[in-house]
Design a protein around this ligand. Sequence first.
Ligand SMILES: *[C@@H]1O[C@H](CO)[C@@H](O)[C@H](O)[C@H]1NC(C)=O
Ligand SMILES: *[C@@H]1O[C@H](CO)[C@@H](O)[C@H](O)[C@H]1NC(C)=O
Ligand SMILES: *[C@@H]1O[C@H](CO)[C@@H](O)[C@H](O)[C@H]1NC(C)=O
Ligand SMILES: *[C@@H]1O[C@H](CO)[C@@H](O)[C@H](O)[C@H]1NC(C)=O
Ligand SMILES: *[C@@H]1O[C@H](CO)[C@@H](O)[C@H](O)[C@H]1NC(C)=O
Length: 140
Amino acid sequence: MKAIAVIALLVLVSCAQARVYSRCEMARILYHDYGVTNLTTLANWICLIQHESSFNDQAVGALNYNGTQDFGLFQINNQWWCQGNVSSYNSCGIACTALLGNLSASWKCAQLVYQQQGFKAWYGWLNYCNGTAPSVADCI
Ligand SMILES: *[C@@H]1O[C@H](CO)[C@@H](O)[C@H](O)[C@H]1NC(C)=O
Ligand SMILES: *[C@@H]1O[C@H](CO)[C@@H](O)[C@H](O)[C@H]1NC(C)=O
Ligand SMILES: *[C@@H]1O[C@H](CO)[C@@H](O)[C@H](O)[C@H]1NC(C)=O
Ligand SMILES: *[C@@H]1O[C@H](CO)[C@@H](O)[C@H](O)[C@H]1NC(C)=O
Ligand SMILES: *[C@@H]1O[C@H](CO)[C@@H](O)[C@H](O)[C@H]1NC(C)=O
């Protein structure tokens, strides 16, 4: 009983820390606070986030086949962009765990990925959004 109560508490605590944005909420934040006012570009980011993390800012992906892992809203990879438990180029200069629950830090790192590789860096975008990202105009 005690063990079950402790586990239930831990689950509650970890749930309480996760913020799951709604699709329109995220669209409004990127539009108004991050200056993504091109609605085509905005639709692509929203579609990308939806398919990478389901808008959950604490999302940590399952281990990839090569032992790497992806972190946060934009599922940033721990071999290239952030520092986790595997040796990393850490191009964003940030701990992978610091991306969790931090939209501002995640956005900054995602911009670097985008500058270097474009949207095609993300399988979620390649597989679900390329040319087909639904409009978010009704959110703004
Ligand atoms: C919005 O971005 C798209 C894709 O980059 C571009 O083709 C389009 O010209 C931009 N629209 C405006 C109004 O700037
Ligand atoms: C490992 O897998 C991830 C996700 O598929 C990928 O982003 C990364 O480039 C891969 N690393 C290597 C060395 O193949
Ligand atoms: C690194 O591994 C430790 C122990 O397995 C774990 O607690 C921690 O969350 C991991 N950190 C990351 C960024 O994966
Ligand atoms: C988010 O990350 C930025 C950049 O690393 C940092 O300056 C800021 O304090 C973080 N915010 C929170 C709430 O942790
Ligand atoms: C995106 O889709 C277009 C049209 O289907 C295709 O030509 C292009 O190669 C795709 N982009 C990538 C990076 O796969």
